[in-house]
Design a protein around this ligand. Structure first.
Ligand SMILES: Cc1cc2nc3c(=O)[nH]c(=O)nc-3n(C[C@H](O)[C@H](O)[C@H](O)COP(=O)(O)O)c2cc1C
Length: 211
């Protein structure tokens, strides 16, 4: 762990490093029950076992409209349902996003959530002489846990994981969230119980490490 990252994290009463972890469930299906939900539960279990603080947020449970204009973005009020989301992001020092790959990228609901939440004044500030603005969410790392129908190697090497790069660089990196790690889980429709159990254990382990 880097010194900057370590400094951003606290210690529990036994002096162990503990992290404030926010799990953001980006699956649009309000019914739940998908692999992404089981992965998030496993991550939370591991993280809590290791003494990390865990909060969860399900985008599908939040009632918010799509953002319609730059004016609304910079001058309008945040939809009230998203205020707890901004508070949770401010609280966390590690964010874990879970979502299925839809048409090569994150589902529109998650993108709509990020457009609303990552507003000037919260995620970044306009700064004179700095065309990129001032990043306001530094001191936070992230992991993307993405399920997909195709083999993950095809997405990573043939499609070059283009949409994840956009998320990492143009959204998370733009507001200061780094480093961002990825867990890509392919061929989910054909996954057998053994492979599923292996992925759930991998998530518990990442949770224990808050990585
Ligand atoms: C609208 C839609 C678009 C999808 N697009 C892709 C895609 O571009 N690439 C891919 O590998 N899988 C794609 N899939 C498959 C999902 O990624 C896969 O079903 C999901 O990761 C796992 O299923 P879950 O929804 O049960 O969690 C798509 C599924 C849907 C419903």
């Amino acid at each position: 762990m880097t010194a900057v990252k370590a400094a951003a994290r606290g210690t529990d009463h036994d002096g162990r490093m503990s992290t404030r972890v926010l799990l953001i469930q980006g699956h649009p299906d309000p019914a739940g029950g998908h692999l992404g939900h089981a992965l998030a539960d496993a991550y939370a279990t591991g993280a809590r076992q290791a003494g990390h603080e865990v909060r969860t947020l399900a985008v599908t449970e939040l009632d918010f409209p799509l953002l319609r204009s730059q004016k609304d973005w910079s001058e309008g009020a945040l939809p009230p349902a998203l205020e707890p989301a901004q508070q949770a992001i401010r609280w966390a020092n590690h964010l874990v996003f879970f979502f299925p790959l839809w048409l090569g990228g994150m589902p529109a609901l998650l993108k709509g959530f990020l457009e609303q939440v990552a507003r000037p004044g919260f995620a970044f500030d306009v700064e004179k002489g700095n065309p990129l603005g001032k990043k306001l969410l530094t001191g936070r790392s992230a992991r993307l846990v993405v399920t997909m129908g195709m083999p993950s190697l095809v997405y990573r090497y043939y499609f070059r994981a283009h949409s994840l790069k956009a998320l990492e660089r143009n959204i998370l990196g733009f507001v200061g969230i780094a480093p961002v790690h990825e867990t890509l889980i392919g061929m989910v429709e054909a996954m057998d119980d053994k492979a599923r159990a292996k992925w759930l254990e991998r998530m518990r382990e990442l949770g224990r490490q808050a990585a």
